[in-house]
Design a binder for this molecule. Structure first.
Ligand code: GZL
Length: 331
């Protein structure tokens, strides 16, 4: 197809340009050829947040494998958690005249301009994993991902149940996800809504750990020095919780006992710590969005209507449930 040939030429030039200004990130903007018939396959431009956590690694694997299975040609870029890199990647995909753009917005705000450019170029956009706060929902065809407010509520509900027979004050520290991101905003809100019903729960410190293990350890070290009496840690993902465990043990305390820990995601390392009793409860957030994303992409490119919102199925795990689930965990 003529469009395809011109696209490939532009893609080559654009890829070089992206590499030159270093915005290709570790994933590069090179194509992962789909398993389809080459020239006739759908071309998807995908801008990934980064590689900050075990969840993200599993999500990238799911998207890349599902593209291959679906015969979709994937052009993948890793933004290294920088919004400007995602905006550059989306503009590059518009120049390449891809058939569809999908991305996980690192933060909620600041997308209207580039999404309008995609709309003006008649390239449909699908949000996956995280949401944007654009008032104009015509800027994207669908949002596939978890209900993060619900995840925060589940974390809060476990804590309320855990302390239902106590009237003592419960001092909580919170490791928030990336500042401005939908999961950080919504997991914080859902948790606060549930525990706010009982005055004994007090969030004595709350700070971002940017969803990484290293930052989670660093911030938890600071919490331990500043807070004389911490009963609970609520971490917005497993990776920050695992970093915090290192800090807690370094301070001579027992994670899961001296300080109870609730996290979100349920990646393998988190589930192992849960089974080992170092974490007390995990709210699952599934990264396996690839197959649903590719189904949505095919429908959107074919001009079929798709749901504006697709919420992913997920559950919760106690220590006992983690022991049972670990052997069959995919990620
Ligand atoms: C949630 C996802 C979050 C994970 C983190 O859908 O955006 O980003 O909870 C990841 O582990 O870094």
């Amino acid at each position: 197809m003529l469009k395809r040939i011109s696209t490939l030429v532009v893609a080559g030039l654009t890829a070089a340009a992206l590499a030159a200004c270093g915005t290709g990130g570790s994933g590069g903007s090179g194509g992962t050829e789909g398993g389809g018939s080459g020239g006739d396959s759908i071309v998807m431009g995908f801008s990934q947040v980064g590689a900050e956590s075990g969840w993200r690694t599993a999500n990238t694997k799911s998207v890349q494998e599902a593209a291959k299975q679906a015969g979709i040609t994937l052009r993948f870029s890793d933004a290294q958690q920088k919004q400007e890199n995602q905006i550059k990647a989306i503009r590059s995909y518009i120049q390449q005249k891809v058939d569809v753009i999908a991305f996980s917005p690192v933060v909620e705000s600041g997308w209207d301009t580039v999404l309008k450019e995609a709309k003006d170029a008649n390239i449909p956009v699908i949000l996956t994993d995280r949401a944007v706060d654009s008032a104009d929902t015509s800027l994207y065809k669908s949002f596939l991902g978890s209900d993060f407010v619900e995840e925060g509520k589940k974390a809060g509900q476990w804590l309320v149940e855990e302390y239902k027979d106590s009237s003592e004050t419960v001092n909580i520290v919170e490791l928030q996800g990336t500042t401005g991101s939908a999961p950080a905003n919504d997991r914080k809100a859902g948790f606060a809504e549930v525990i706010g019903a009982d005055q004994k729960f007090k969030i004595v410190a709350s700070q971002t750990g940017d969803f990484t293990r290293a930052k989670g350890k660093e911030v938890m070290d600071a919490f331990l020095k500043a807070q004389p009496d911490i009963d609970v840690l609520y971490a917005h993902n497993d990776d920050m919780g695992l970093g915090a465990i290192e800090a807690i043990e370094g301070a001579g305390k027992v994670p899961g006992k001296d300080i109870k820990i609730i996290t979100v995601d349920a990646v393998k390392d988190g589930m192992q710590a849960l089974a080992d009793g170092k974490i007390n409860y995990i709210v699952e957030c599934s990264p396996l969005l690839g197959p649903q994303l590719m189904d949505l992409a095919k429908k959107v490119v074919a001009g079929e209507s798709v749901p504006a919102r697709v919420v992913t199925e997920e559950t919760t795990f106690t220590q006992e449930q983690a022991k049972e689930a670990l052997p069959s965990r995919q990620y």
